[in-house]
Design a binder for this molecule. Sequence first.
Ligand SMILES: [Zn+2]
Length: 241
Amino acid sequence: MRPVQKGTSPVATPPGFANYEDAKPDLISRLGPYCSYCERKIVTILHVEHLQPKGLPKYAHLELAWTNFLLACVNCNSTKLTKDVLFADLYFPDRDNTFAAFIYTPDGKVAGNISANPTISAATLALTGFANKRSVAIDTNGKEVAIDRGAQRMEAWLLAEESRNDFASNPSPELLRSTVRTAVACGHFSIWMTVFAGDVTMRNALIDAFPGTRASGCFDAQGNPVSPAPNPDRLADGGKV
Ligand SMILES: [Zn+2]
């Protein structure tokens, strides 16, 4: 899960946003058009995600709060629903080093990293189901959409591996830029970072290319994760990993 810095609200608060959907262009500009949890690039039905769900009465006052927003796909959003969110018990990419918290493998699976708190990792995986191999969501037209995040991770892994092999045989600036463009178009930041582990130049180029990632302060000059996260926005219960 790619760590990000969202920054301060783009609109003065108060009055803040009139409608939470109005925050979507700013969120996409700062974070890129990716699900904040499963890291897929979502071109159309990307939702403004309320970290603490607006559907729970105790969080109703956060419906228009910039600090409570991320972006989510229909699968992660519809799994998370109105489950209660206590920041101390979960990892979130706007306040924790979620890249350091999870391990991605070629079989499309995601697991908690040994350096992270296993209880918090498991709770985070359960919250959105982002690591689930298969999940079914129904769109507004009654059609099943994007049902297999595991298979999509495997495809991304293969694409990243092919790119790594090509770059190893021709480590030119042009191919580096082309590889980064492919990664940005594909999404799945953590998979590209994992496949290019040990390649300082490529890792730094990826960190710089995905919006909001460098600013998170979660990576050092070698492209390795910095843990705990510096939590530059000073969000509640951040910097747990
Ligand atoms: Zn998602």
